[in-house]
Design a protein around this ligand. Structure first.
Ligand code: ADP
Length: 294
């Protein structure tokens, strides 16, 4: 694997038949490691993920993964792509081992011994070895997601796409899942699409914020947070006062802490005596970006 191996997305646009412009001149360079694609529902994340995964055509633009033309050479991309689907409900009556073996066959690992080796290795890696004989239908949300990772890793992919993976996971399952992903991200490109800011701040070394089909900001979480340092101010407020305060200040977030409501305001200088300076975090970055206040 060379250092230059990267996904280069240039001026991708997509308008659906109903007139919704889901992607509008999207350009991104994605290197090895964990990349977070962060945006609210409807931002265009799934459309972009499906386009990269060759499941859907775009209207305009180019995409290259290393030397491969993603939009033309579907076979080559599919050989090195791992895609984590949302739901395995349809396979509820199959054991984890048998289903993984089935997917391995579909991915072209027809040699039985090689297939068994692959399946066993992935069951260990995703911590599912002890439950390999259990049916998928009996799995918790976190176990299903880890099975999804095992399935996505068949054939040693170099690009892994994970679409909205942590919704519905309890904190422990979520932690386990994100740890597993970041372990994988040491060697390949992992794109994690999510609307949950913490997914990105916890595991991504690089990210893009998208909304209404457009890329609004790119960078590492740390860099983008550093740009806001000194410009976020907070004040404890009564909830009933919020509408009036929204008219008066550029509020970029409301937080609850120990039962109190705080507003975060973006401003170069102190917005008033009642405010104190707050350290910035990725939520501040996300909401200043979405509300385009800086
Ligand atoms: P996200 O994954 O960020 O929630 P999507 O890519 O699913 O965003 O959707 C982007 C926009 O495109 C939304 O306005 C959505 O309603 C619209 N959209 C998505 N899929 C289709 C489709 N098949 N036909 C028409 N509109 C669609």
């Amino acid at each position: 694997m060379t250092e230059e191996f990267k996904l280069d997305i240039r001026n991708i646009s997509k308008t659906y038949g109903n007139g919704v412009r889901a992607l509008d001149e999207v350009s991104l360079t994605i290197n090895k490691g964990m990349f977070g694609l962060l945006g609210p529902n409807g931002a265009g994340k799934s459309t972009l993920m499906r386009s990269i995964a060759t499941l859907q055509a775009v209207d305009k633009g180019t995409m290259a993964l290393g030397e491969i033309d993603v939009l033309k050479d579907h076979d080559s991309i599919r050989r090195i792509l791992g895609y984590l689907p949302q739901d395995f409900g349809v396979y509820a009556n199959v054991s984890a081992h048998n289903l993984l073996s089935h997917f391995a066959t579909l991915k072209g690992i027809t040699d039985r011994r090689q297939r068994n080796e692959t399946v066993d290795r992935l069951l260990h890696k995703t911590n599912l070895w002890n439950v390999r004989k259990k049916k998928l239908g009996s799995f918790s949300g976190g176990m299903k997601q880890r099975f999804g990772v095992a399935q996505a890793l068949i054939g040693d992919p170099r690009l892994i796409i994970v679409d909205e993976p942590t919704a519905g996971l309890d904190p422990e399952e979520r932690n386990r899942f994100l740890n597993l992903l970041s372990e994988i991200g040491e060697n390949v490109i992992v794109i994690l699409s999510t609307h949950i800011v913490e997914d990105v701040s916890e595991v991504c070394n690089s990210m893009a914020i998208i909304s209404e089909g457009r890329v609004l900001r790119t960078g590492s979480p740390a860099e983008t947070i550093a740009e806001l340092e000194g410009k976020i101010w907070k004040m404890a407020v009564e909830r009933g006062d919020l509408p009036a305060l929204r008219d008066k200040f550029r509020i970029v977030g409301e937080r609850l802490s120990a039962g109190k409501t705080y507003i975060h305001v973006y401003s170069d200088q102190s917005p008033g005596d009642e405010f104190e300076q707050s350290s910035a975090d990725l939520r501040d970055v996300y909401f200043t970006t979405l509300r385009q206040v800086n």
